[in-house]
Design a binder for this molecule. Structure first.
Ligand SMILES: NC(=O)c1ccc[n+]([C@@H]2O[C@H](COP(=O)([O-])OP(=O)(O)OC[C@H]3O[C@@H](n4cnc5c(N)ncnc54)[C@H](O)[C@@H]3O)[C@@H](O)[C@H]2O)c1
Length: 441
């Protein structure tokens, strides 16, 4: 099959503002927005963001050509981002950020005015899909189809008011109950019928994704929800030539897992068991306290090791691996999660060893730069003529979407290589294989 033709002119054209539409203005969204505002003011640094701080090597190592990624490809500038979003609560972004308790009040006060101007539009929400929370700021249209139309109107009004030609949507709302793909998700016709008939298998996140794509806006899924990972919405993305990416931001414990596991596997060290448990006390933790929402998260977290370790290829090392993941809601910690991992490994002649990880992490601090990078890279993908699943963005996800018949790539280092080569490809630069024999022969 031939490689996709990149629209090199489009890839370069990013004048004007970029709308960032956020379903869910909670901890992650407000940490992202407040962070961007603070960085623009020069009072903080975009640590953790590849688009802002990352570099890409070009050509041979002897050439010493290592531009910033933002100089290699044309990305929207932080000054050009305009934020809008939906939430079931009415608080503006300043208040919501204070409630989330991630960023210090002194920092939030520096950008207070801008944050206060961002107030949530009425959400599409139902307690059938997120059990542990309830709020007043919810749309009341009768059918899911009408709800989608109302979201499309929100998007259009936002784009008109801010004079935007491009937007992206990044789902930062709660994790929904576990849903499996069914008949109504089969194609866009049955999906639209399902919207009109209020089919239960269509969750609010799917209504947002449908509205986003219908309005010409790429959709990125930051939660483990099924959402855009269904044939109907994939079909819509392709028909509209829009990128989609997901799912579930890779932060915290899973980030650690995808850093450590490829290393152990690379050295052919066996793993008998991997027990992960963590405590967190934010609203995300509260939602995940519901077993049905936890199931969605658990499926997303569990698949990682299976794909990285490939037990079918290395049965002696990984076939009997016992993998367990626990999340415990513990309010005193707020957004400052603590994650413990106990890894039972074995080496030469089967001798056992143990690794213990105690990660005192800050969930939203790790997630915010991911939201930024995904917004900018997805906009780049759209301008470059890339559409459908953006597997090159797997780097950012716990449960990466991939094409039919492919297995998802979870190894962080392979994911990074893929991302960097995709950027080189978009920029019409030579891909790097890391072979390097020509330095010696
Ligand atoms: N923080 C991380 O490291 C991380 C990592 C991976 C995934 N995620 C996912 O990102 C999402 C956001 O995380 P968070 O910590 O900001 O959670 P949060 O609870 O602080 O924020 C989510 C917000 O979404 C709102 N909401 C729920 N359903 C909605 C709907 N249908 N429409 C509009 N708003 C809705 C809630 O009221 C809440 O304000 C969660 O799904 C979480 O699982 C977070």
């Amino acid at each position: 099959m031939k490689e996709i033709e990149i629209d090199r002119e489009g890839a370069k054209k990013c004048e004007g503002k970029l709308g960032v539409l956020l379903p869910g203005l909670g901890a992650v969204s407000t940490t992202f927005i407040a962070g961007v505002l603070a960085i623009k003011k020069g009072i903080a640094k975009p640590i953790g963001s590849l688009t802002q701080m990352g570099t890409a090597r070009l050509g041979k190592r002897t050439e010493h050509k290592v531009p910033l990624i933002k100089d290699l490809v044309h990305l929207a500038k932080l000054d050009d981002l305009v934020f809008g979003g939906w939430d079931i609560f009415e608080e503006d972004c300043y208040q919501s950020a204070l409630n989330a308790g991630v960023l210090k009040k002194e920092l939030l006060d520096e950008v207070r005015e801008e944050l206060e101007r961002i107030t949530p539009w009425k959400a599409v929400f139902s307690k059938d899909y997120v059990k542990n929370i309830e709020g007043p700021n919810v749309k009341e249209e009768k059918t899911k189809y009408d709800l989608a139309q109302s979201l499309i109107e929100d998007i259009q009004k936002f784009e008109e008011k801010n004079n935007l030609k491009r937007s992206v949507m990044v789902w930062c709302a709660s994790t929904e109950v576990f849903i499996e793909e069914s008949e109504v998700h089969r194609d866009i016709e049955s999906f639209e019928e399902g919207l009109k008939a209020n089919d239960k298998a269509i969750a609010p996140s799917m209504i947002y994704a449908y509205a986003s794509l219908s309005a010409g806006v790429p959709f990125i899924n930051g939660a483990p929800n099924l959402t855009v990972d269904i044939p109907a919405l994939n079909q819509l993305a392709k028909e509209k030539r829009l990128p989609v990416a997901g799912k579930d931001f890779k932060t915290g414990q899973t980030l650690m897992k995808t850093i450590i596991a490829p290393g152990l596997k690379a050295r052919l060290l066996g793993i008998k068991g991997w027990f992960s448990t963590n405590i967190l006390g934010n609203r995300d933790g509260e939602v995940l306290d519901d077993p049905e929402a936890f199931k969605t998260k658990e499926v997303s977290k569990l698949s990682v090791l299976e794909y990285i370790l490939q037990p079918e290829l290395y049965p002696e090392l990984y076939k009997d691996l016992y993998h367990k993941v626990r999340i415990n809601y513990y309010p005193p910690r707020g957004d400052n999660k603590e994650g413990w991992d106990n890894i039972d490994i074995f080496g030469w002649l089967g001798y056992p060893m143990q690794i213990k990880v105690d990660f005192l992490c800050r969930d939203s601090i790790l997630a915010a730069p991911i939201v930024l990078d995904l917004a900018l890279f997805t906009d780049l993908a759209k301008r470059s003529g890339m559409y459908g699943i953006q597997e090159w963005l797997s780097f950012y996800f716990k449960s990466p979407m991939c094409g039919l018949g492919l297995y998802p790539e979870h190894d962080l280092f392979i994911q990074l290589m893929k991302l960097m080569n995709t950027l080189r490809y978009i920029a019409d630069e030579e891909l790097i294989t890391h072979l390097g024999l020509d330095y010696y022969y």
